[in-house]
Write a protein that binds this ligand. Structure first.
Ligand code: PNS
Length: 160
């Protein structure tokens, strides 16, 4: 059975992430969306909120599950018996850091392969950070994030 992990901060999940999840779910038997729990990184949403939003957005895809991890991604991959990491690439600017991470992960866990999926062009400008900025300033993020996220963002920023 081919188990793949799609890791990230997902603070919050965007339609760009969802597009990568939908497309990669067709390539593997099981896809685990893994939310990084990093106490050193300031986030807008708690890990629990992020997981709940992802679950809401992927409920229509049968072979996708949502989990969280802390520490090294390779340790989580070993625990889950996964040998594939899926990453989305938006632009050449993403590549340098992604290459570095893929090579380091390979060094730490030789059987692990990182597979890159090119983002859909309609989401190539999208990131969680830019979505948060627009939402915090009262801009419309419909079509950029799943409806459950749009609602949560509105709630977060309603008194700002
Ligand atoms: O959505 P992000 O913030 O770009 O995701 C980055 C993530 C979570 C994939 C990356 O930071 C990661 O894998 N962190 C876990 C710690 C780790 O394994 N570090 C060594 C990777 S080379």
């Amino acid at each position: 059975m081919n188990v793949a992990i799609y890791p990230g901060s997902f603070d919050p999940i965007t339609n760009g992430h969802l597009d990568i999840i939908e497309r990669s779910s067709r390539l593997f038997d099981r896809l685990i969306v893994a939310v990084l729990k990093n106490p050193n990184k300031k986030s807008l949403f708690t890990v629990e909120e992020r997981i709940e939003m992802i679950k809401g957005a992927v409920s229509h895809i049968k072979n996708v599950e949502v989990d969280h991890f802390s520490g090294l991604l390779v340790d989580f991959a070993r625990k889950k018996n996964a040998k594939i990491i899926v990453k989305g690439l938006r632009a050449v600017s993403d590549f340098e850091y992604e290459l570095q991470m893929a090579l380091m992960n390979k060094k730490l866990y030789g059987e692990l392969e990182t597979i890159f999926i090119m983002t859909n062009t309609k989401y190539s400008f999208l990131s969680s950070s830019i979505v948060k900025e627009v939402a915090s300033l009262g801009g419309c993020v419909k079509d950029l994030v799943p409806p459950v996220v749009e609602e949560k963002l509105r709630e977060k920023f309603k008194n700002k």
